[in-house]
Design a protein. Sequence first.
Length: 142
Amino acid sequence: MPYPDVRRAQSDDQMTVGDLWVQLLREQDELDDRFGVADNARERWDNDFPQWLDDETYRIYVAEADDEIVGFASAHRWGPPPIYEESSEVYLDELYVRPEDRRQGLATQLVNAVRDWTDRIGARRLRLNVLAANDAALDFWA
């Protein structure tokens, strides 16, 4: 296994990954108030998680340290509208590592897992967005 600390998410990861996802939302909200967290956000995420695991156009990877999930990445395959030539891409939806586990290479391993999946499915691009106010993320991607 090329990334010993990173693996695909499984159904029994739902609670832990969901908790990390809520932490990500709260951090985004602190950086930009346009990202206020809806009251039912976690409920909606819990409802969607099992579907994402079964969807071949979607991937969730988790990073583990000392047998504990400390980060995750989610990505989906995207294709252009039918008026364009086929050119599939992968969009990195979310990348998150707990603050106390950052700067240990886990985010890089998560991104590499997504990149490998991008290559395996023949996608030609990997896309993402970063909040302009998220200095740590901007530094990571620089």
